[in-house]
Write a protein that binds this ligand. Structure first.
Ligand code: DAH
Length: 345
């Protein structure tokens, strides 16, 4: 091959690079010229037949050709890739992206609705921390040392006699320690227990506590009418309330509170396990011993057990959400599955 032929071959190869339509065509050009059985390796092999005087110049031009061809191929391959990406970015045939509007979580709904209902009765919302002291969570709530919830297997203990609160009741103590009667608060928040998670249990759940304390007499009848009003506002006008005797260390007398089943109206169905009633809350009249603990914490006698009257109640938020919205498994409330959450939108 003469030098002139070499130049024309080079020009042809570069023209092929320019003309190639896509990455596959460019690869064909590369294989044809630079591949193991391509034209350039063949020319190099035949260099021995080039007259000795021309050989150095011939060799230089072959190397220059190779370099020019590789550069041209590299540039085109990169260009084809970018063009492809640009095309994808502007693909107007793809369906549009729709914003997926969220919905308020059932737990938040129950808390907000409850706050609104109790606000109509003069209750305000108070807050307390998730990490509590032994005193606020147990001692001041008249809970004896042998109570199972004091046990490490029932409760998340931290260092320094602190724990993740097992109930929202300690906010009662915080409130009374800092304020004098009258008190009317509800306090929603997270609570923690060493429960194994299943359809009706979770180690982390929410409660709403209520506390009413005044120097004017208040009785179990007031508690019942308050909770009956709440039941009707929350579950519907036909909702009824019943009290069953129970025990809680910090109330005396204590009751468990049932709402009449809103699904069957009290006749008996699967939701209420054929009883017509659904257990919702614990409640009672504040035990005088709680006032004594509060006085000790305050260092005064602001809560004279003979002269203050109060009731308290506490219920599980998830429980109400499950009953109200017909949610069979508590875990659904924590999985962030939008198929579930969007149903209340
Ligand atoms: N703290 C109780 C619990 O977690 C519920 C409760 C019962 C709260 C009676 C109260 C009450 O305020 O008076 O089981």
């Amino acid at each position: 091959m003469t030098l002139a032929e070499l130049d024309s071959q080079q020009a042809g190869s570069l023209a092929e690079v320019t003309a190639a339509a896509d990455a596959a065509a460019l690869e064909q050009v590369r294989v044809r010229y630079l591949g193991r059985n391509g034209l350039l390796p063949a020319i190099i092999k035949q260099m021995k037949d080039v007259p000795a005087a021309e050989r150095p110049e011939f060799g230089k031009r072959v190397q220059a050709w190779r370099a020019a061809l590789e550069r041209a191929l590299g540039e085109r391959v990169a260009g084809v890739g970018t063009a492809k990406k640009e095309q994808a970015a502007f693909d107007c045939t793809l369906p549009g992206r729709w914003p997926s509007p969220g919905a308020k979580h059932p737990v938040s709904r129950v808390i907000e609705e409850t706050a609104a209902i109790f606000a109509r009765l003069g209750f305000t919302v108070a807050d307390g921390p998730d990490i509590e002291t032994r005193f606020n969570n147990f001692t001041a709530l008249n809970t004896p040392a042998h109570h199972p919830s004091m046990d490490a297997s029932d409760t998340f203990w931290l260092t320094g006699d602190r724990l993740l609160r097992t109930q929202t009741s300690p906010v009662q103590i915080r409130m009374m320690t800092c304020h004098t009667p009258p008190i009317r608060i509800i306090t929603p928040g997270r609570t923690y227990r060493r429960d194994t998670t299943d359809a009706t249990h979770s180690a982390n759940f929410h409660q709403i506590e209520g506390l009413y304390v005044d120097t004017k007499p208040v009785s179990l009848a007031d508690l019942k009418s308050t909770l009956a009003y709440y039941a009707q506002e929350m579950m519907g006008a036909k909702a009824g309330v019943r009290f069953r005797p129970h025990f809680f260390p910090f109330t005396e007398p204590s009751v468990e509170v049932d709402f009449s089943c809103h699904v069957c109206g009290g006749k008996g169905c699967r939701v209420c396990k054929m009883s017509g009633w659904i257990e919702i809350a614990g409640a009672g009249m504040v035990d005088p011993r709680v006032y004594e603990h509060v006085n000790r914490a305050r260092g005064d006698q602001a809560y004279d057990p003979a002269a203050v009257y109060g009731y308290a109640f506490g219920f599980g938020v998830e429980r109400i959400a499950m009953v109200k919205y017909g949610i069979p498994d508590i875990r659904w409330l924590y999985e962030n599955d939008t198929r579930f959450l969007s149903q209340l939108a």
